[in-house]
Ligand binder design. Sequence first.
Ligand SMILES: [Zn+2]
Length: 87
Amino acid sequence: MAMIKCPECGKEVSDKAIACPNCAFPIAEAKNDGFIRIKLGTIKSKGISGKQKVTITGDDKILWEGIAGLIAEFKIENSIKVEIEYH
Ligand SMILES: [Zn+2]
């Protein structure tokens, strides 16, 4: 199980969580195939629009790159901490 940082409130949340237990921000849809899917919401309060670049890293490797508003999909094999960074 990986812990990710909630992009809205910054609290650590399990990637298995559908939504952040702290702020209800939608987090991830975890499947049994080892793939993690994270809905990258747009966050108006932080000025994050649909054109914001997003990088997801874990263990100093880039797992996924794209833009906000998409669903990030990547595979992890071990329990790692991933970070979602909005540029
Ligand atoms: Zn949160």
